[in-house]
Write a protein that binds this ligand. Sequence first.
Ligand SMILES: *Cc1c(COP(=O)(O)O)cnc(C)c1O
Length: 380
Amino acid sequence: MEHIGFNKPYLTGKEGHYIYQAVLSGKISGDGIFTKKCHAFFENRFHFKKCLLTTSCTDALEMAALLINIQAGDEVIMPSYTFVSTANAFVLRGAKIVFADSSAENPNIDADKIDALITPRTKAIVPVHYAGIACDMDKIMAIADKHGLYVIEDAAQAVDSYYKGRPLGSIGHLAAFSFHETKNIMSGEGGMLVINDDRFIARAEIIREKGTNRSAFFRGEIDKYGWVDVGSSYLPSDIIAAFLYAQLENMDDIQKKRKQIWQKYYKALAPLEQKGLLQLPYIADNATNNAHMFYVVCHNAAQRATIIETLKEHNINAVFHYLSLHSSDYYHDKHDKRILEYSDHYSACLVRLPMFYELTDINIDYIIALVKDCVNKINF
Ligand SMILES: *Cc1c(COP(=O)(O)O)cnc(C)c1O
């Protein structure tokens, strides 16, 4: 059998054409024609108040940390089961990260465990919509309101996904998306900051433009621009935006295809879950599935190792995911020693199956058969 990779970036066919147009436009630095088209697309389709493309989701998270004025010693609550950038963005500004456990049903932050972690130094909560499936946002926003905290959604995986009919990324004060090539909609590298709270809009433009008011200058609102705040270089070239726009135009097609693949996996593996042999993704009634990822949670590390190993022997690349950040080399000394049972469970037992647009039915059937065989044959 041919090699089946874990991910294969999908090209819609228009990317090169739009990049060429961007190049011909003569303005290929940031905030050109295609950047504006991308902003408009998101603002119209998802009713985000203000969108700003960034060079990555990591950079959008760093902008968020600057915008809420994180100072040394401030505390930020987030799940331990997440990508390093969720934490790094705040650690770079001197924050102490207070890691919360995941829930039993899925790797999202357990909203019921947040309240007990709040102290007078807490400044923000950063829910991560794992696999594009919504966290319990009503609960999280209510806790934040009660204590005067900011909520920053790490929506890196959550494009075109919803919570009670509201698009993810539109609920927190700020949100960060990723267009890394491993995401549903991508531009190789790339990201976006979403600003849902008016108070941050003007300053976000400044921080993204090296601490200058150049954006206002280009709109003709002021007659010269200069250094007015801290900032960095967070805006991508219009070439990146041109690539991204080709993907956005095909969002419905991409999402439809990914959901078909996801459903095929789910239906075929559901009997294994019914027999209690492994756990499938849990999507609450108030959340949607954007088919970012298809994962299974094994009973134990041995079962997962068998699945990964068996697939590898058949030239298929299935991969585990995050190592809990609270026990990472960098942070375990700084963590307050609480045991995060579910985070560690997902670190040890979760495996992601190949998931990409061009995955064929034949590929999927083959993968399913191998997984079933592993799980049924061996007694864990
Ligand atoms: C992909 C990802 C990021 C980082 O995205 P980049 O665009 O690569 O910086 C951050 N958080 C989560 C949860 C992610 O999945």
